[in-house]
Design a protein around this ligand. Structure first.
Ligand code: SF4
Length: 112
């Protein structure tokens, strides 16, 4: 904290441009996953739901259900799902209701 403060004084920058300008370092933040529906199969979704340590992933008959409010952005699902998932880079995740944090992603991939 002290180093950050001293660097700000030395450079003459004590605040950032956020939210008008997103700082470059924000792109390195761990973020919840984003899924590609075309690469999701029911088998993969069930496997990811079992893998998720915080219970943020589940499946209804036709969708992967991601509860962003429970996701800790650990990255396990991204590592396991290969091209079917990637970090979303979304970090502005406040919502006015709990339901807005639950995302339904259609399962469009065919089973192997
Ligand atoms: S990033 Fe981690 S906590 Fe979030 S959905 Fe994937 S496995 Fe679950």
């Amino acid at each position: 904290m002290a180093l950050w403060f001293l660097r700000g004084l030395r450079r003459g920058v004590v605040t950032t441009g956020y939210p008008a300008v997103v700082d470059a370092w924000a792109r390195t933040l761990p973020t919840p996953p984003a899924f590609d529906p075309r690469q999701l199969t029911t088998e993969l979704v069930d496997e990811l739901a079992d893998l998720c340590p915080s219970g943020a992933l589940s499946r209804d008959p036709q969708n992967l259900v991601l509860d962003i409010g429970r996701c800790s952005a650990c990255g396990l699902c991204n590592a396991r799902a290969g091209g079917a998932a990637r970090p979303s880079a979304a970090f502005e995740l406040t919502a006015t209701s709990r339901g807005r944090l639950v995302v339904h992603v259609p399962i469009e991939g065919a089973a192997p």
